[in-house]
Design a protein around this ligand. Structure first.
Ligand SMILES: [Zn+2]
Ligand SMILES: [Zn+2]
Length: 271
């Protein structure tokens, strides 16, 4: 019995004797099955290959990014946010090995894992077991969870404070339960971590919002206005997405401005 992992998106499936018939995430219209077809691996195979390693970069005090090299699956960057001694893994990545566990344990382990949306539901149960911590997932995306575990806490409503200075906000859009992390530092400055619920544009003064990024399906203007409305009360100077892009300085204003431009483009008022 193996816990098969989809090579395209990184979703890990419950133990089975054969790979799943299909990957429900890849088959869904927000993702895709590559032209060569569906392929599978396992975490053990990845570890034994000696090909992969995780890399940690201190982005700023209290914030480390983690990426796998070479890139695997969707290739997301995840973050470890530390505020007042509470250590949160924001979003999840497929690859985890003994070196990763040892390194993180030397820094104080993990107190919780929180996920923005189903595209980063991967080996979170392996991570949670390695660090003996809970996983927070919005209940509106429960149907996309493949690996059930009593470590998963399905939260509901529009926000959840995980610890002082670390609060999840459900914005919806890309997925119904799509959530972001608002991190208010002890010096009063704040950062928004968005996965791809909000995407940083090539021009780093702007962000965007999509139903599907790979298949280029936009969101309705009204949905994007609602996302902007939910964020309006929040102050944050910086924003980090899941692909190592950052808006530096007045990121809260950049989100509001970008939502207005997006709605104007969809409604034929921009050009
Ligand atoms: Zn997949
Ligand atoms: Zn996504």
């Amino acid at each position: 019995m193996e816990k098969y992992i989809c090579i395209t998106c990184g979703t890990q499936y419950p133990a089975s004797s054969h790979p799943p018939e299909e990957c429900v995430i890849c088959e869904e219209e927000r993702q895709y099955v590559p032209p060569a077809g569906q392929q599978w691996t396992t975490l053990e195979k990845m570890q034994q290959s000696g090909t992969y390693s995780n890399h940690f970069v201190e982005e700023q005090k209290g914030l480390k990014s983690v990426t796998t090299s070479p890139e695997f699956g969707i290739g997301q960057t995840v973050y470890i946010v530390e505020e007042q001694g509470f250590r949160l893994l924001w979003d999840c990545m497929v690859y985890i090995d003994d070196q990763t566990i040892t390194l993180l344990n030397e820094e104080g382990g993990l107190d919780a894992i929180a996920l923005s949306h189903p595209h980063y539901y991967t080996t979170q149960v392996e991570w949670a077991e390695a660090f003996n911590c809970p996983i927070y997932i919005h209940e509106d995306d429960q149907e996309w969870v493949q690996q059930s575990s009593d470590r998963i806490i399905y939260w509901s409503g529009e926000s959840l404070e995980l610890s002082e200075g670390l609060t999840l906000y459900r914005l919806g859009g890309h997925f119904d339960g799509g959530s972001v992390l608002h991190w208010v530092k002890s010096d009063g400055e704040a950062v928004l971590l968005t996965g791809d619920i909000i995407q940083v544009a090539a021009d780093r003064q702007w962000v965007s919002f999509m139903y599907s990024y790979p298949n280029m399906i936009p969101l309705p203007a009204e949905t994007v206005r609602n996302i902007a409305l939910k964020l309006k009360p929040l102050k944050f100077s910086e924003l980090y997405n899941a692909f190592h892009r950052e808006v530096s300085g007045q990121a809260d204003i950049a989100v509001q401005r970008s939502a207005e431009r997006y709605a104007a483009a969809l409604e034929g008022r921009l050009f």
